[in-house]
Design a binder for this molecule. Structure first.
Ligand code: EPU
Length: 433
């Protein structure tokens, strides 16, 4: 397994181009199963999660080919309705196949995804949505069996105790576009990745109104055709680079960004004292605007502050003088980065689903740390870039799931960071796996 070695304290300068959004590309791949015609998806990030999704689609019977970097063609003529445990367990996001199989084949058998390091991740709302359409659903031996032969459009309220559900909305959409009648989804997720999926579905012939809003109206059609779609830029990758820039300074331009998708982050960075400029309509640059202030953050469904940037923001607050409170409303247990940041010198106390961060400039010093999930790992990289001395990060395969060429991009911007086989990590720094 590879590790990162980072020598902190270097500013980041130059231009970094953001890739396509992982969390849009995954359901977009699944949506290609809704037709027997050819679909083409462009701007697909080169990530292990996407390569794995391609493998699952092939297992189900689709032809999946990468034509050029970022360009994939998917053709699902014959399709199996069963997604087995050994495929689904490796990637939780594969649950987004459920809606596609239900829509296209009117039946699905999919292994229930297990828990996840960021906390419990139930799919009760996905099930509730499909059941509301009249699907017959049973659970047996760890599999969800769905019979959608009698399904008809209905009104569905999809909100739960943590707000809307992103993949639950994607699943209901993909089932409803090929279900007769009018489906109305209230408390639908408004994440840009859902709007992106809707646009692809519309290009395939689906009838959807209210795209981007919490109320979606879907008029079922008999069949969908092939289409081409370009995946929207990854707002979380963009946000991660902006926070990195806030932490280490320099002159960094983040290119291929939709600022309108980053409103909550940009507002918090502004409140924290950073100046944000837009050198062009699709790029952003951050510069210090005087003294930096601590800010409180609460994660919420879009357009609120994204949970996927919480760990990175907590890391910025660890070196910003003063006290800030970072509260998780989406995944109350998503604080695996905290013990690792504490090992690097951060002063953070946990109080329920809130991290109380006592920020201090220069508080971070390099240490050997362990990556746990994708965004916690990104936060450790940012901490390593800002820390004094050397940081070693183990289990970086988490990063490869969601940040395209993270090490290469950061190196190009001036970071002193390398990817090494773990055998090159000093043995006394290695933690037991
Ligand atoms: N929830 C339920 N019941 C459900 C579904 C969700 O209670 O049936 C709860 C969850 O436990 C959570 C909240 O609702 O508390 C939101 O979950 P959601 O379903 O929206 O999350 P998801 O679709 O499983 C996607 C992203 C996550 C991102 C969340 C929130 C993908 C593949 N994953 O997950 O991304 O954190 O939305 O924005 O799109 C990541 O990229 O690192 C990542 C974890």
């Amino acid at each position: 397994m590879d590790v990162f070695r980072i020598s902190g304290g270097r500013p980041l300068s130059g231009t970094v181009t953001v890739g396509g959004a992982k969390n849009a590309a995954l359901p977009l791949f699944a949506s290609c199963l809704l037709t027997d015609e050819v679909c083409r998806i462009e701007n697909v990030p080169d990530l292990s999660d996407l390569r794995y999704m391609a493998e699952i689609l092939r297992f189900l019977g689709a032809r999946v080919e990468q034509l050029a970097p970022g360009v994939w063609e998917i053709e699902a003529r014959n399709l199996s309705h069963r997604a087995p445990y050994d495929l689904v367990r490796r990637m939780r996001a594969s649950v987004c196949l459920l809606g596609a199989l239900v829509g296209r084949l009117k039946k699905a058998e999919i292994s229930l995804p297990g828990g996840c390091v960021i906390g419990p991740r139930p799919i009760d709302l996905h099930v509730k949505g499909l059941a509301r359409l009249g699907c017959l659903i049973t659970t047996e031996k760890g599999y969800l069996h769905v019979d959608a032969e009698g399904a008809r459009g209905k009104s569905v309220f999809l909100g739960g105790r943590h707000g809307s559900t992103v993949t639950g909305t994607a699943n209901l959409l993909m089932a409803a576009v090929l279900t007769p009648g009018l489906t109305r989804v209230d408390s639908a997720a408004c994440e840009p990745e859902i709007a992106d999926l809707c646009r692809h579905l519309v290009a395939m012939g689906a009838k959807i109104e209210g795209i981007g809003s919490p109320t979606l109206l879907i008029e079922g059609v008999q069949r969908l055709g092939g289409a081409s779609h370009r995946v929207l830029p990854d707002r979380i990758e963009a946000g991660t680079y902006l926070i990195a820039s806030a932490m280490v300074g320099g002159d960094l331009i983040v290119e291929d960004v939709r600022p309108e998708h980053l409103g909550a982050l940009l507002d918090k960075l502004d409140e924290a004292g950073f100046r944000i400029e837009a050198p062009s309509h699709s790029s952003l640059r951050l510069s210090p605007g005087g003294s930096c202030q601590p800010v409180d953050v609460i994660t919420l469904p879009h357009p609120g502050f994204p949970t996927d940037l919480q760990a990175q923001m907590a890391t910025l607050m660890a070196i910003t003088p003063g006290i800030s409170i970072i509260t998780e409303r989406i995944y109350p247990h998503r604080f695996m980065h905290v013990p690792e940041l504490q090992r690097m010198g951060a002063d953070i106390a946990m109080e329920g689903a809130s991290a109380i961060v006592k920020g201090r400039s220069g508080s971070l010093s390099g240490a050997p740390v362990m990556a746990s999930d994708l965004r916690a790992s990104a936060a450790l990289v940012l901490a390593g870039l800002a820390a004094r001395g050397e940081t070693w990060i183990q289990r970086i395969y988490h990063l490869d799931r969601g940040y395209e060429r993270f090490d290469a991009k950061l190196r190009k911007l001036g970071a002193d960071l390398e990817r090494l086989p773990d055998t090159e990590m000093p043995a006394d720094l290695r933690e037991a796996d």
